[in-house]
Write a protein that binds this ligand. Structure first.
Ligand code: ADP
Ligand code: MG
Length: 638
């Protein structure tokens, strides 16, 4: 055994530096945190070559005296803590007294600093943590620190550095998070001579979010503001319609410090349950404020992980806070129209916007004037079946409906008629009581006043087009039906009415799936399935939910098995939802297939009369809206 030796302070510093300063981004984070702790109002970060060769942080904070400036670079030298009990309630971003020691151990540093009450500032130069020059210098109040040639003396670490652009963007992200955490400080980042971030420092979170995430993202967010016992949650979350393929824009802050927290992530996503498509994630900027003794920030060298005394409360606070905000803000998804017709993609079933914005359909959306409607309605009232009377013909003529039959909405008796309420100002007079049975029947079929909307028709066997006020709505019939069924199933005490099958259906899933399904027989039973072992890896299904078509049994069970496999069974509520989703999805009318007009009318009535029907259980929007204003812009009328 070789003899044990205590490491020299220099080697110890290098080891410690590895924990705190992993890459330029971590150095920048520590330096900006120091500037914020020093009370700076303006901070400028400049970097070259990803921060590897040059990183300068300038602040207008309190500065340091000549004596403090040198002590600051020693390990465990801090002005932010005195006693062990101070650790229980930390008000500053830094407290470990390690950052300057660590950064200086692996770089060359120039420091200039001046306090407001002294006439001169202090200049220091350090090489690998050792002060090699000290001067009295003229400089403004505050501190400027330049870090050059990071990791020049630790080649092992240097090898791990990525391309400059990668390091630069990690650095900008790290500073951006601090900028969002501290909207009261104006933060500027200049990368290779180009300004890439500048927050106004006006104290408004939205301003910082806007500067960091950009206009588009900021505008797609809704405000969160809630209290939960001693917790306060504020910030912004993305609308369910504006999600991303990853979690990069999920930013959580606890008492002003950016943290990563699985609990907060889970709570956020729980609030979106049933509103998000698989593989899509919400964005957020959420600030949680709680009494300092309920959170321990001293568990991670870079301080990005913290420990909460009560994770359950934390979860509830985030979940309900976000849920409340989403409910308040839920609205229909507005369609995005391409700005230029030439750029329009070809009409495809999955692209409702393109399908309806095709110029050939211009006249398709024309509505009747209120006057013409009155004439039209009068004719209809007087005749049990709308025959082509001269008056009706004239009314239609005046309205200049397109001649082509396929683009003209058909006025069938069993379709709700155009309603004048769409022209909001005028309300029609109530129809006179029908004098005879024939007319009564006609009235029944023609709910003139009932519907403040008009079903124009269905396109591509998938989208129902509805005119409502000054909006054109496109309703995805499958998504809508799926959501309606899902809500119905979910709200019922005994969610699923089972149907007993005359002959059992035999299915042969993969071995693992079969085992999972048999294991979860109880859960499946609640959902209306009776599944038993038929031997040889075959399952016998004797009972299925009444809403399910027996043909879909096997496919449904396969889907359920994969949900179970994905671990959803750990959470019974989530599993129950998953089962109900699958049943609803399979039982819902299918896009791409013909649907009866009465069913369509019922679906539309349901969708438009309830405001909880915004997204299908997988999070796809049910309704998309084209406003008159959008169309006018599109056709250059406005
Ligand atoms: P910590 O921030 O954990 O205290 P650091 O090594 O980051 O440890 O900094 C050591 C000390 O140096 C701080 O406690 C602070 O007193 C002083 N200091 C560092 N940066 C600045 C700055 N920009 N302005 C004023 N004082 C600073
Ligand atoms: Mg610090």
């Amino acid at each position: 055994m070789p003899k044990i030796q205590q490491l020299s302070p220099h080697v110890a510093d290098l080891i410690a530096a590895g924990e705190v300063v992993e890459r330029p981004a971590s150095a920048a984070k520590e330096l900006v945190e120091n500037a914020i702790d020093a009370g700076a109002k303006n901070i400028t970060v400049e970097l070259q070559n990803g921060g590897m060769t040059f990183l300068r942080v300038t602040d207008d904070g309190c500065g340091m005296s000549a004596e403090d400036a040198e002590i600051a670079f020693l390990r465990h030298a801090t002005s932010k803590l005195r006693t062990a009990s101070d650790l229980e309630a930390i008000h500053t971003l830094g407290f470990r007294g390690e950052a300057l020691a660590a950064i200086s151990a692996v770089s060359r540093i120039d420091l200039m600093t001046k306090t407001a009450d002294s006439d001169f500032g202090t200049g220091l130069h350090l090489d690998a943590g050792v002060v090699t020059e000290r001067d009295s210098v003229g400089c403004p109040d505050g501190t400027t620190i330049i870090v050059r040639d990071l990791f020049y003396n630790t080649p092992a670490r240097m090898k791990f550095m990525k391309r400059d652009t990668v390091e630069a963007s990690a650095l900008v992200s790290a500073v951006s998070r601090l900028a969002i955490a501290h909207p009261e400080v104006s933060i500027r980042v200049i990368r290779d001579g180009e300004e890439v971030l500048h927050t106004p420092g006006d104290g408004k979170l939205f301003s910082a979010v806007y500067a960091v995430l950009g206009r588009q993202n900021a505008q797609e967010m809704v405000e969160v503001s809630s209290r939960w016992e001693s917790y306060t949650l504020t910030g912004y979350v993305s609308k369910p319609s504006a999600t991303r393929g990853n979690r990069a824009n999920q930013l959580f802050f606890v008492n002003g410090r950016h943290v990563r927290s699985k609990t907060m992530t889970a709570a956020l996503e729980e609030a979106y349950r049933n509103q998000l498509m698989v593989g899509r994630f919400p964005s957020c900027v959420l600030h949680l404020t709680l009494p300092e003794h309920l959170v321990d920030v001293n568990v991670h060298p870079a301080k990005v992980e913290v420990k909460f005394l009560n994770e359950r409360d934390l979860f509830d606070c985030v979940r309900y806070g976000v849920e409340g905000a989403l409910e308040k803000a839920s609205g229909r998804v507005q369609m995005k129209l391409p700005q230029q017709r030439q750029e329009e993609p070809a009409a495809a079933p999955k692209r409702p916007a393109a399908a309806v914005s095709s110029p050939a359909k211009d006249t398709f959306f024309r509505t009747m004037s209120a006057e013409d409607y009155k004439a039209f309605a009068q004719v209809v009232r007087e005749a049990p079946r709308p025959a082509m009377t001269p008056e009706l013909k004239a009314a239609l003529e005046r309205n200049k409906r397109p001649a082509a039959p396929q683009s003209a909405p058909q006025q069938k008796p069993d379709q709700p008629l155009p309603s004048p309420q769409s022209a909001t100002e005028q309300k029609p007079e109530k129809p006179q009581p029908a004098p005879n049975a024939a007319e009564e029947a006609a009235q029944e079929e023609l709910p003139l006043e009932a519907a403040p909307y008009r079903i124009v028709g269905e396109v591509l066997n998938t989208y129902i087009i509805v005119e409502e006020g000054k909006n054109v709505l496109l309703i995805d019939k499958h998504a809508a039906h799926e959501r309606i069924l899902f809500e119905k199933l979910r709200s019922a005490e005994t969610p699923v009415v089972p149907q007993l099958l005359l002959a059992p259906i035999l299915c042969k899933p993969e071995r693992e799936e079969a085992a999972i399904l048999l294991d979860s027989a109880d859960l499946l039973g609640e959902a209306g399935f009776e599944v038993s072992d038929y031997g040889d890896g075959v399952l016998a299904v004797r009972q299925i939910p009444a809403d399910l078509n027996p043909e879909d049994t096997e496919a449904t069970l396969n889907e359920l098995a994969s949900d179970l496999k994905a671990g959803k069974r750990a959470d019974p509520a989530a599993m129950r939802d998953a089962i109900l989703h699958t049943v609803a999805c399979k039982a819902a009318i299918k896009g791409g297939r013909h649907t009866d007009e009465k069913e369509i009318a019922a679906l539309v009535r349901e969708v438009l009369s309830r405001d909880d029907l915004k997204y299908c259980p997988h999070g796809r929007p049910i309704t998309a809206v084209l406003t008159a204003a959008q169309l006018e812009r599109q056709f250059k009328r406005a």
